[in-house]
Write a protein that binds this ligand. Sequence first.
Ligand code: KIV
Length: 270
Amino acid sequence: MSSEGKTRALTIPGLRRMKEKGERIVALTAYDALFARLEDQAGVDLILVGDSVGMVYGGRADTLAVTVEQMVYHTACVRRGVERALLITDMPFLSVQGGFDEALRNCGRMLAEGGAQGVKIEGCAAVLETIRRLVECGIPVMGHLGLIPQSIHRLGGYGQRGRSAGEAAQLLEDAQRLEEAGCFSLVLEKLEPGLAARITGGLRIPTIGIGSGPDCDGQVLVNVDLLGLYEELQPAFVRRFAELAGPVREAVRDYATAVRLGGFPGPGEI
Ligand code: KIV
């Protein structure tokens, strides 16, 4: 049983029921078994193995270099830490655009080898038919609209999306098309909050917001942002629920001092 007393594993239909009942969905990223276990025990509903792993653990400036192999590895690590939460994994840059067979093989690996219960795919027009066919093949797909980091060079920056009437209309239409293609949920990243609310109100599937205001059906954050461990970027929408980078540095400094002064190991630490 998790420390929050939630015992039943969450399913994809269960996520939809949460929207119908007006229960807000708590989502968070994880990349390893250690944090995944802590998050699952804390009662997180959905754990996303984000390709943000390339930035927060890989030290890169964007997500584009992340590979299918790396996502399979991180997904399998997270799987070993999760009992209750729904486990969804990101399909990396260009892993589903090279033809349906390749997309099916890559997505299938996330479920069969990684143990994910679904995959997340960014964008709409270029992947819509692929998503429809993946869902027909039994692979649950979460969509992702707004600021889609794999298109960072096309978008030109990490600013808010959906501010112009034209872009807002396109995003509203894309959300409808993704629901109709069979997506079980949509991530809305850095959307103008009023637009995120309109999209959420117009869909039967739940939306999970990040930097898109309070009116999505759930919220997702990158775990090391929430914990104050990732200091490279500090988007305004991130609330740090802890400040752990300082205490980590302090503990390591204390250890180094103890080793250098001969204070570690001490009596009884052998
Ligand atoms: O890669 C990621 O972590 C994500 C979430 C922030 C939505 O896509």
